[in-house]
Write a protein that binds this ligand. Structure first.
Ligand SMILES: CC(C)(COP(=O)(O)OP(=O)(O)OC[C@H]1O[C@@H](n2cnc3c(N)ncnc32)[C@H](O)[C@@H]1OP(=O)(O)O)[C@@H](O)C(=O)NCCC(=O)NCCS
Length: 93
């Protein structure tokens, strides 16, 4: 399982599809890495705060997750964290 942790685009460059390109290219690079090492990655996930509307829209649109799980964050006043999972059926994007 692979986590893509923390991505951010500087405010004034947001909404120009830079985040989408960064995400897709990062996944391609990582795929090269794991195939070279004969690793098998079956799922990847990202997480964000439930209240982060921008990130939620972004992940829903760009990842098209196969599963979405909401978990209360016991370390932060039980505000929810949302996990987006994507299955990589044939080890590709
Ligand atoms: C989330 C983030 C990385 C998105 O990057 P971005 O470059 O602005 O996103 P893109 O322009 O590639 O958007 C791709 C799609 O996501 C959705 N989206 C992105 N920003 C959105 C917004 N503010 N409102 C609604 N939808 C949005 C859109 O559907 C968009 O597709 P479209 O252009 O066809 O409409 C950026 O908003 C950011 O850095 N936020 C602050 C840090 C953060 O919260 N990171 C994620 C949590 S760890």
């Amino acid at each position: 399982m692979l986590e893509i942790a923390l991505m951010a685009i500087r405010n004034r460059f947001q909404k120009r599809r830079i985040g989408k390109k960064l995400f897709e290219n990062s996944l391609k690079e990582m795929k090269r890495y794991w195939l070279k090492r004969k690793l098998k990655i079956v799922t990847f996930f990202v997480e964000t705060d439930e209240e982060n509307e921008k990130a939620r829209r972004f992940y829903e649109k760009v990842i098209k997750p196969s599963d979405i799980i909401t978990i209360p964050n016991i370390f932060n006043n039980h505000k929810a964290k949302i996990f987006y999972f994507k299955k990589l059926s044939d080890n590709s994007h």
